[in-house]
Ligand binder design. Structure first.
Ligand SMILES: C[S@@+](CC[C@H](N)C(=O)[O-])C[C@H]1O[C@@H](n2cnc3c(N)ncnc32)[C@H](O)[C@@H]1O
Length: 253
């Protein structure tokens, strides 16, 4: 099994630059991402007061579907709106209506510590929207075998950072199964004071898998993407077996 090797946090920026170089040559990956962003957009309630912010935006592609979204990351790349660290945000208390984290939650070694910071900046009733790998039977196979990051289902959970932790000293951490464990399998139970778990939706994603993601080969053309979308509709009947993505929405009390 892959282990979280101790890598410097700059590894994220190496991956952002590498993914940016691959993005243009992957039309079906782009199409699948736009579909994911539309699912996220459907969870955004424009009537709520406050700003819409994405943390860990990487390439910042969310703006294709949500142009009003403030894009941020640990790294101040020129295509992003600002630099932000999930553990110490520069936003004022109660000023954010929605926080979106797309494939970022599983990089937070201390999720409870980050949640506290998200709770501070979100307005009452504000939403935290997580889009993450789903570790169904298929997910376990695909993310376990075809992705370089560990799934980490047996990792000891470090909910809170130790007292000596400083947000400036984050390292590279990855456990793709973190959201599945916490929100789908229930390990977050008893840890979500101040939050309401509004939605946990496992989504079948064969069309996305067939796009090859960023690192794999693109298996599909227009015809097979259509076929895979059809398969996704059937696979949706058995998420424990087939889900590939997990959409989680938490609301601040
Ligand atoms: C797997 S990438 C996802 C990028 C983008 N959201 C996407 O879906 O293409 C994870 C991102 O989270 C960012 N990240 C990791 N730890 C973070 C932290 N503590 N605060 C803010 N961003 C963080 C990384 O820099 C990286 O851009």
């Amino acid at each position: 099994m892959k282990k979280s090797a101790a890598l410097p946090v700059e590894q994220h920026n190496v991956e952002i630059q590498r993914n940016r170089a691959r993005w243009a040559s992957k039309p079906y990956l782009q199409e699948n991402y736009r579909r994911f962003y539309r699912w996220i957009a459907a969870r955004i309630d424009a009537s709520r007061p406050g700003i819409l912010v994405e943390l860990g935006s990487g390439m910042g592609n969310i703006k294709e579907v949500l142009p009003q979204c403030i894009t941020t990351d640990l790294f101040p790349n020129p295509w992003l709106d600002r630099q932000e660290n999930a553990y110490r945000l520069s936003f004022a208390d109660n000023s954010v209506s929605h926080l979106v984290l797309f494939d970022v939650w599983h990089h937070l070694r201390y999720p409870g510590t980050a949640l506290r910071e998200f709770h501070r900046v979100l307005a009452p009733g504000g939403r935290l929207i997580l889009f993450e790998p789903a570790i169904s039977w298929t997910g376990r196979l695909v993310y376990g075998l075809c992705h370089h990051e560990p799934v980490g289902l047996k990792d000891t959970l470090s909910w809170e950072a130790p007292p000596e932790f400083s947000p400036e000293n984050v390292d590279y951490y990855a456990a793709q199964g973190l959201a599945t464990r916490l929100f789908w399998w229930g390990e977050a139970r008893g840890r979500l004071e101040g939050w309401r778990l509004h939605e946990v939706t496992p989504l079948p994603c064969f069309a996305y898998f067939a796009s090859g993601g960023f690192s794999g080969p693109q298996f599909s053309g227009r015809f097979s993407q259509g076929l895979m979308r059809g398969l996704d509709r059937i696979a949706g009947l058995c998420p424990r077996a087939f889900a590939g993505r997990l959409l989680v929405v938490l609301e601040k009390h």
